[in-house]
Ligand binder design. Structure first.
Ligand code: FE2
Ligand code: FE2
Length: 290
C-alpha cells in the first residue's frame, strides 16, 4: 500500500451532525445505571475530550496545506466534527461537575501529557493523533456494536455517546491518511517503526491515565482500595469487558498494510441513522469549519 492508493472508501461522506444533548434535563450523578465504576470510566474519558480533541485538530491541520484536495476536505469535516464533540463533552462535563464531581485533576493530567507532546515536532503530534484516533474508532465500533456497554445509562447521555461513536467511525481514516501523506517520502520500515512505538506509548499512557482518573472519581463516590480496583477491572476486562473486546482490533494496527478502513464498518452508521431517523435535528447539517 502506498500513500496514493488509500483504502478510504471512495463514497465515504464525513457529515457533521450538529446535535445537542442533555440541555433540558438534569443528569443524575450516577448516570450510568447507578454504577459507580461505569459512571467513573465514561466521565474520566469525557473529561479528556475537550482538551484532547482540540489537540487532534491542531495536529492534523498542521498538514492540511499541500494535502491532496480530498484529504484537505476530509480534514475540514474532521475539524468540524471534533469541534462539536468538544462542545457537547464540555457540556456533559459541566453536568458531571454540577452533580458534584471534581474533574480538575483529570484535566490537569491531560494538559501535562499534551505539554510534553506539543514540544515535539509536528510529525510526532500527528502520529500520536493517528494512534489515538485508532483507539477512539475501535472503542466507538465496540460501543455501537454491543449495546450492553450502555445498559442502564440515562437515555440522553447514552445518545451522546452513540452519536460521538458514529462520527469517530466516520472520520477514522482522516488522521491516518494525514500521517500517510506527511510521511510519503519515508521508507516503509521507518514508518512502521515510528507508528508502532507511538502506539505503544500512547496505549500505556491511555490505560494508566484513564485508570487513575476512574479511580479518582470512584474515590469521590467513597469507593476506594481493592474494592475500587476489583469493580473497575471487572467492568473493563470481564463484563461488559470493553478492553478485552477491543484487544484484537487494537493489535491489527501493527500489521503491515494496516489502514483503519481495512474494516468497513459503516453498517453500524447505517443502523444508527435508521434508529434516529425520526429525530429532526439529526438531519441538520452545519457549516463546515475552514
Ligand atoms: Fe471526537
Ligand atoms: Fe476523532
Amino acid at each position: 500500500m502506498t500513500a496514493t492508493t488509500l483504502p478510504t472508501p471512495a463514497d465515504l461522506s464525513i457529515t457533521p451532525r450538529d446535535r445537542r444533548f442533555g440541555r433540558e434535563t438534569a443528569t443524575p450523578r450516577l448516570w450510568h445505571g447507578g454504577r459507580v465504576e461505569a459512571t467513573a470510566i465514561y466521565n474520566a474519558l469525557s473529561s479528556t475530550f475537550p482538551i484532547g480533541e482540540a489537540y487532534f485538530v491542531e495536529s492534523v491541520r498542521a498538514f492540511r496545506k499541500g494535502a491532496p484536495p480530498r484529504l484537505a476536505e476530509e480534514i475540514k469535516a474532521f475539524t468540524t466534527q471534533e469541534a462539536i464533540h468538544s462542545r457537547e463533552h464540555d457540556a456533559f462535563n459541566k453536568r458531571a461537575s454540577e452533580a458534584g464531581y471534581d474533574l480538575s485533576k483529570l484535566e490537569a493530567r491531560v494538559q501535562e501529557r499534551l505539554a510534553i507532546t506539543r514540544s515535539r515536532p509536528p510529525i510526532v503530534n500527528v502520529a500520536a493523533t493517528m494512534a489515538l484516533e485508532h483507539f477512539t474508532a475501535i472503542l466507538a465500533h465496540e460501543l455501537l456494536k454491543n449495546p450492553s456497554h450502555l445498559d442502564g445509562a440515562e437515555p440522553e447521555a447514552a445518545e451522546l455517546w452513540r452519536w460521538h461513536s458514529v462520527e469517530e467511525i466516520e472520520h477514522k481514516g482522516v488522521a491516518y491518511d494525514t500521517w500517510l501523506h506527511a510521511t510519503r517520502g519515508w521508507p516503509r520500515f521507518k514508518r512502521w517503526k515510528v507508528k508502532a512505538r507511538v502506539m505503544l506509548l500512547v496505549t500505556r499512557n491511555f490505560v494508566v491515565d484513564r485508570t487513575a482518573g476512574s479511580l479518582e472519581l470512584m474515590r469521590q463516590d467513597g469507593v476506594t482500595g481493592l474494592r475500587a480496583w476489583a469493580l473497575l477491572l471487572w467492568y473493563l476486562w470481564v463484563r461488559p469487558g470493553m478492553f478485552r473486546k477491543i484487544a484484537g482490533a487494537w493489535s491489527k494496527f501493527f500489521l503491515p498494510g494496516f489502514h483503519p478502513w481495512n474494516e468497513d464498518d459503516r453498517y453500524l452508521l447505517r443502523a444508527y441513522e435508521a434508529s434516529v431517523a425520526d429525530a429532526p435535528q439529526s438531519k441538520k447539517k452545519v457549516r463546515r469549519a475552514v
